[in-house]
Write a protein that binds this ligand. Structure first.
Ligand code: SF4
Ligand code: MG
Length: 315
């Protein structure tokens, strides 16, 4: 609720002016238990920062994170620990997020050792079981990450996140670095695991096509704010916000005749600097529909129909 993350800007002049980079600027939304919530937007829009705040990997400048009824925003070490067990993350780069000097078994054992009291022998059995679940053989547990391909390494990351049986997993660009064919495999695996363990996902990607099939609902972020939240189906059928339209029309399609005419041009211009966000709508400098009002009044997220909310003066 009303999540904000401001970073002080480096440099003498900026410090003197107390300039702040508003990476996430008042974001409120809900992720339902058992669903996959897709979060999309260009790089630099604040989606990773938002994801990391939700997982308490980053401190929050302002706002609340209500996890299963508890505000975990201001919990400190001991009180936070049970929630850290329930909240796990998988990141983009399976190369750098796995320690090259640890075996697969040691990598997966790390969270188990920190968060559970199981003796070593039980933990080993758990590691074997989870590895088989994500498609490895028992003997793979004694190998090192360098002995595996990118897709396999991402599955090791998934096994590590799953080992302590979390409820919620942040997948931050978890498939973006993988080949398209491997992406589909990893998505299928994530979906199977979700069904089996009742997991909830926050699935972050810069590309709408990547979240399309896995997401129940999708939130679109622009310059630190949510501009539209919708069920996945409705969003792809009829995007409302001009930015969502632009993002969707940028997805390449196999047959150009099939391309939807969404009424908006491809995104114009560059992403403005988050440092000089003035008044009015943040998308106005790139919006083909911008009106006078858009320069003066910032549109708020409003419910338009059903579950759909959109922040734009056209609605
Ligand atoms: Fe475009 Fe105005 Fe809507 Fe912003 S509020 S997206 S500038 S029409
Ligand atoms: Mg990112």
């Amino acid at each position: 609720k009303h999540l904000k993350k401001y970073f002080p800007v480096k440099g003498f002049k900026a410090r003197k002016k107390k300039q702040m980079l508003k990476a996430v600027d008042d974001v409120t939304f809900t992720i339902k238990k058992g669903e996959t919530f897709g979060l999309v937007g260009e790089s630099g829009c604040g989606k990773s920062t938002l994801g990391r705040m939700i997982c308490r990997l980053y401190d929050v400048t302002d706002g609340e994170i209500i996890f299963d009824g508890t505000n975990i925003e201001n919990l400190k070490s001991k009180a936070l620990k049970p929630f850290q067990k329930r909240i796990q993350a998988i990141f983009q780069d399976p190369y750098s997020s796995l320690n090259p000097n640890m075996t697969v078994a040691e990598i997966i054992d790390e969270p188990l050792e920190i968060h559970t009291n199981f003796p070593k022998k039980d933990r080993l059995n758990m590691i074997k079981a989870i590895l088989i679940k994500v498609g490895f053989k028992e003997e793979d547990m004694n190998k090192y990450p360098s002995e595996f391909s990118g897709g396999q390494r991402q599955r090791i990351g998934i096994a590590r996140a799953l080992a302590i049986q979390p409820d919620f997993i942040l997948c931050d660009e978890a498939i973006s670095a993988l080949d398209v064919s491997i992406q589909a495999q990893v998505i299928n695996l994530l979906e199977d695991l979700q069904k089996e363990f009742g997991l909830t996902y926050l699935f972050i990607a810069h590309d709408l096509s990547m979240v399309r099939h896995i997401s129940d609902r999708v939130g679109v972020m622009y310059l630190g704010q949510l501009v539209e939240v919708s069920t996945s189906e409705e969003l792809y059928k009829e995007p409302l916000h001009p930015y969502t339209k632009a993002l969707l029309s940028a997805i390449p399609v196999a047959d150009p005749d099939q391309k939807q005419d969404l009424g908006g041009d491809l995104i114009q211009g560059e992403l403005p600097s988050p440092l000089d966000i003035g008044e009015g709508c943040r998308f106005r400098s790139r919006c083909p529909f911008a009106m006078d009002k858009c320069a003066k009044v910032a549109p708020e997220l409003k419910k338009v129909d059903g579950e759909r909310v959109v922040a734009c003066h056209l609605y």
